[in-house]
Write a protein that binds this ligand. Structure first.
Ligand SMILES: Nc1ncnc2c1ncn2[C@@H]1O[C@H](COP(=O)(O)OP(=O)(O)OP(=O)(O)O)[C@@H](O)[C@H]1O
Ligand SMILES: [Mg+2]
Length: 589
């Protein structure tokens, strides 16, 4: 029987048997179904307590007997026909080994190349005369025939492995357990005639199809990457590395369909799909990474996928100080603003261009919100990662296939007002939600925050008061502070992010709103300094706390010193920083 027929036959049998089984006793959902369900419902993220490897193995152990029986059944089905392994061997002789990607060939050919760093399985090379660095990670690249085998094993494994994926919280642990299970299936099925030395290869390929992101899986799990950019088939996947910036990688998709399949797998997780009629997709991976995908006819040269990787360990204010984005003094001031000395938190907008670090700064600032307050965040794609317990995250949603069910930022912002919020944070203010947010600011909701695309304090005001935001000028009086951040390309240091200006808004009631710069960056010294302008917000604090100006300034100094001390002691994680700053306030009272 020709190979394709045989495999098709096997898959048909597996499916038929699975259906029969389901009809007979409605068994536990298969791994595939559970996975999809957990993605859909987010059970994945809310699974109870962490399970250790031992516990997992125990769970896995209990399932083994059933799996062995299942594997034997599959093997029995294979008996009498041509075995898969034999098919592969036969095909393998006729088919070339998987082609190397252009980047791999280039790295191989280069007479002079320098390995500038290596971690895990990753190597980063520099080739003289080439503008970009090269990222290399070994990746199993199956041939066409092998792909067919992989999907058969996957199909079988989907039926045989009955561990609920959401019981294993950590993706890496999940992969490890699945790999073990698949290796077991392969070992228990000698009839498949897959040579033992190929077990690892097949297990890796099947696992990354089941619980990973296929060929880009090693990239998704590399925390040093900031962005993964697929620009079409037969082109290297570009990467933005946190330390070494833009580089090409040896990973390459061979045809458009492979990219589209990956995009659709991601889309399915949020109950959507991309096709000609809706060729764009904005989504979030279960790990929090932000995804944008385009296919034809929107993208001309094939499907694209851009993944902004979610930092497992988000930047804290201490990190921003160490990175030079902000000074301890300014951070101390913003801490006062966000916390408001328990009396009057400031309303703050963070402005900047694309990828200037607005969301990161917002996240660091929001971490200064005291534990006793109730926080509601509203975002297009949930990116904020706050070390706060009493936190409700709302996420917008585009209309469904029938054009219904849209949740705009404005609808969510309006709704948040009915949720007894202490703080409303809108991730990115762009449209009519601006009006709703400013209405909140003007009706006594203090300590609200958001980000805006604008490059200066003046531009922020112009943008906010003009369409499509159209906030009436008079409402600007609710806004206390504008923080402007820039992404700067520095010859020596590469890409750096800096808070370049902090301003207050004045003159609103005189009908000529202006911005008053209170802190400004000096590009020559690369420092941010206080200007001579008086800080209105300190006066507001005086009025609301009844404390003297000196006392408030002393508090500011103490906080500055405290942040410096944290930095000096190497306390930096966002949760640690949060704990320390909270403690500082409690002890001060
Ligand atoms: N202060 C910083 N120093 C170095 N890298 C930073 C800093 N702030 C943010 N980054 C990195 O820059 C990237 C963009 O950051 P972020 O998402 O905060 O920017 P943004 O201005 O909100 O972007 P967008 O316009 O896409 O919303 C992230 O990968 C982040 O880790
Ligand atoms: Mg952002």
């Amino acid at each position: 029987m020709p190979e394709q027929d045989y495999l098709a036959e096997l898959i048909k049998k597996v499916k038929a048997e699975k259906k029969k089984e389901e009809q007979q006793k409605k068994p536990a959902a298969s791994v595939g179904e559970e996975l999809e369900k957990s993605f859909r419902t987010g059970e994945d993220e809310t699974a109870p307590g962490e399970e250790t490897m031992e516990a997992l193995e125990e769970i896995a152990g209990k399932e083994t007997a059933a799996e062995e029986a299942g594997a034997a059944a599959i093997a029995a089905e294979a008996k009498g026909s041509e075995a898969i392994g034999a098919v592969v061997a036969e095909r393998g002789a006729a088919e070339e080994a998987p082609e190397k990607s252009d980047v791999e060939k280039e790295i191989e050919r280069a007479a002079q190349k320098k390995e500038i760093t290596a971690y895990g399985e990753v190597k980063i090379y520099q080739i003289p005369g080439k503008p970009l660095l090269y990222y290399y990670v070994p990746v199993a690249r199956p041939t066409k025939a092998e792909k067919t085998v992989i999907s058969t094993i996957k199909e079988a494994a989907t039926r045989l492995i009955t561990i609920s994926p959401y019981r294993i919280r950590e993706p890496e642990q999940r992969k490890a357990v699945y790999t073990q299970k698949i290796l077991e299936i392969l070992r228990n099925s000698p009839e498949l005639h897959i040579p033992e030395r190929r077990f690892e290869f097949y297990a890796e390929c099947v696992v990354r199809e089941m619980v990973g992101y296929g060929i880009i899986d090693p990239l998704v799990t590399d925390d040093n990457l900031e962005e993964i950019m697929i620009i079409g088939p037969r082109k290297p996947v570009y990467l933005f590395h946190r330390e070494y910036e833009m580089m090409t990688s040896n990973i390459e998709f061979y045809n458009d369909q492979e990219v589209i399949d990956l995009i659709n797998r991601i889309a399915r997780q949020i109950g959507r799909r991309v096709d000609i009629s809706s060729p764009l997709l904005d989504a979030r991976l279960p790990d929090g990474s932000r995804v944008n995908a385009t296919i034809a006819p929107a993208s001309v040269e094939g499907a694209t996928l851009t993944i902004r990787k979610f930092r497992k360990d988000p930047y804290s204010m201490i990190d921003l100080i160490s990175l030079g984005t902000i000074s301890a003094e300014v951070a101390g001031f913003l801490w006062l603003c966000v916390e408001g000395m328990g009396a009057k938190p400031a309303n703050i907008l963070i402005s900047g261009g694309t990828s200037s670090g607005k969301t990161t700064t917002l996240n660091c600032l929001a971490s200064f919100i005291p534990e006793r307050e109730r926080i509601i965040t509203i975002e297009d794609t949930a990116e904020l990662n706050l070390p706060l317990k009493h936190w409700i995250r709302l996420e917008a949603r585009p209309p469904g296939l029938e054009g219904k069910g849209e949740l705009t930022l404005d609808i969510l912002t309006k709704n948040s007002l009915r949720m007894r919020p202490d703080r409303i944070i809108v991730g990115e203010v762009r449209h009519d939600e601006a009006f709703t947010l400013f209405t909140a600011l003007n009706t006594g909701h203090d300590g609200c925050m958001g980000t805006v695309h604008a490059n200066s304090p003046q531009e922020t005001i112009v943008r906010v008061t003009n369409p499509p935001m159209s906030v009436p000028e008079v409402m600007l009086s609710g806004l206390d502070i504008i923080i402007v951040e820039h992404k700067i390309h520095d010859k020596k240091r590469g890409t750096i992010r800096r808070i370049t200006n902090i301003s207050e808004v004045s003159g609103v009631l005189l009908r000529s709103p202006q911005t008053q710069t209170i802190f400004e960056r000096d590009p020559v010294t690369d420092t941010i300094e206080k200007t001579n302008a008086p800080i209105k917000y300190l006066k507001i604090l005086q009025d609301f706390t009844g404390l003297s100006r000196n006392r408030i300034e002393e508090e500011w100094r103490e906080r500055t010193i405290f942040l410096q001390q944290l930095s000096a002691r190497g306390i930096r994680g966002i949760a640690e920083t949060k704990k320390a700053t909270e403690l500082f306030l409690l002890e001060g009272r």
